[in-house]
Design a protein around this ligand. Structure first.
Ligand SMILES: *[C@@H]1O[C@H](CO)[C@@H](O)[C@H](O)[C@H]1NC(C)=O
Ligand SMILES: *[C@@H]1O[C@H](CO)[C@@H](O)[C@H](O)[C@H]1NC(C)=O
Ligand SMILES: *[C@@H]1O[C@H](CO)[C@@H](O)[C@H](O)[C@H]1NC(C)=O
Ligand SMILES: *[C@@H]1O[C@H](CO)[C@@H](O)[C@H](O)[C@H]1NC(C)=O
Length: 385
């Protein structure tokens, strides 16, 4: 586990001490460590499915899935379904005739088991190389988003268009919605959306992902199911799957509805993607997320040494939803069982740190099917000089 956690620590720390280890070579001892580590993360499968995308999904007993190895979840009571479904969790938009699905219906686990993407030795080696790569000290992150803050929020939703911004092994680009509370080491945050992140997957496809932290990514935090925390419930759809096809600027647009919302009874934070209830982050994981004080929608990029990759479609907002990447039908909940409310102009705030590289525009409420909506993105490049 520690490898993955370190990987993320390094990834998200802004002040990184440089590592002198020059280690792309894996020694026999390390090889042994990796094998031992893999046995801990990968649970004995009830069934294994080799996907067409070159990774293996294990169907694992829902009650002994990796999440429950987390020390904070020793006494956790498994929640099989949310105590309350809001029909607003689903957005049935029709911007394009076909919708991006979870990389086709690749998996269907037997009753009582859930799909967990298997972590491979290569995944761990990539994490190790990243850890040892001095370019990390030059890590730069950028963000362009709309957010609301200052009240208590219990849910966020929106439908984003899905793209595949080119990324080198030293770059990542994403679109997400999030709930958060706290700053610095007290940051508690859950994000869900799509990203291109070659360092995680070993290729530059677009993937559905979710991530969390309870300490500003210092010791906690990881993507998908690469560390314990997320409780998978859906028997078919899991985070960490490739999304295809992706949108083409000016052409067909494929989109992805997402939502994060707190269960009124258990206080667990549920994730919904494409209107499907995927699973949840147990409330025990967090120390500062009884409610969120900020929720937002937008894009980010990460670059380690290289210039910043594109964000979204690579184009600035221009109010043409076939051009820049968007979030439509955005909303927040201000009570666990409330409906979703779209932010009005005065409460929605825009943030972008390098206006010459990335932009964001909030359009407020537009006619159906757009709803409350925004665009974000831009070409990236040398944003830091
Ligand atoms: C969605 O698309 C289908 C088929 O293209 C069409 O029949 C339907 O009217 C559309 N619905 C909306 C809300 O645009
Ligand atoms: C490590 O850093 C070098 C630049 O110093 C870069 O060329 C290389 O791609 C990086 N390797 C990985 C795996 O990130
Ligand atoms: C939630 O927000 C909506 C829209 O601003 C408002 O009408 C409603 O009274 C709020 N409800 C609570 C419980 O704060
Ligand atoms: C916008 O929303 C906030 C919070 O719900 C509310 O206090 C404010 O009155 C609203 N402003 C307008 C112009 O509707």
């Amino acid at each position: 586990m520690s490898n993955m956690i370190f990987f993320l620590v390094m990834l998200f720390s802004t002040t990184v001490t440089s590592h002198s280890v020059d280690g792309n070579d894996i020694t026999l001892k390390e090889e042994f460590e990796l094998e031992r580590h893999l046995k801990l993360i990968n649970k004995p499968p009830i069934r294994s499915i080799e996907t067409e995308f070159g990774y293996i999904v294990d169907c694992v007993d829902i009650k002994t899935q990796p999440a429950f190895d987390h020390p904070l979840l020793k006494n956790h009571k498994l929640q099989i379904r949310p105590s309350f479904y809001s029909k607003n969790e689903k957005t049935n938009l029709n911007i394009s005739s076909t919708k991006t699905r979870f990389g086709s219906d690749i998996v269907d686990c037997p009753k009582g088991s859930v799909p967990i993407r298997r972590t491979t030795k290569e995944d761990l080696i990539r994490a190790k190389i990243l850890l040892n790569n001095n370019t990390l000290v030059k890590r730069k992150a950028h963000r362009a988003e709309v957010y609301v803050s200052g009240r208590h929020y219990y849910g966020v939703r929106g439908t984003t268009s899905v793209y595949k911004p080119e990324c080198s092994i030293n770059q990542a680009s994403m679109s997400n919605a999030y709930v958060r509370n706290g700053e610095g080491g007290a940051l508690n945050k859950i994000s869900v959306g799509w990203h291109v992140f070659p360092h995680i997957y070993g290729n530059d496809r677009t993937y559905a992902y979710a991530t969390w932290t309870s300490d500003g990514y210092v010791k906690t935090g990881c993507y998908n199911l690469q560390c314990q925390g997320f409780v998978q419930i859906h028997s078919k759809y899991h985070i960490g799957v490739p999304l295809q096809p992706v949108s083409v600027y000016g052409g067909d647009i494929y989109e992805m509805p997402v939502a994060i919302y707190q269960d009124a009874k258990s206080k667990n934070w549920w994730l919904s993607i494409f209107g499907e209830t995927i699973g949840y982050y147990p409330q025990e994981l967090f120390n500062n997320l009884k409610e969120a004080v900020q929720v937002g929608w937008g894009g980010s990029t990460i670059a380690m040494g290289d210039p910043s990759p594109k964000m979204g479609s690579g184009y600035f907002p221009d109010k043409n939803f076939k051009h820049a990447c968007y979030f439509l039908n955005i909303g927040y909940k201000n009570a666990t069982n409330s409906q979703y409310y779209g932010p009005n102009y005065s409460e929605a705030k825009g943030f972008h740190d390098v206006p010459e590289c990335f932009g964001v525009e909030y359009y407020g409420r537009q006619e159906s099917p757009y709803g409350y909506c925004l665009q974000f993105g831009g070409p990236g490049g040398k944003c830091d000089y």
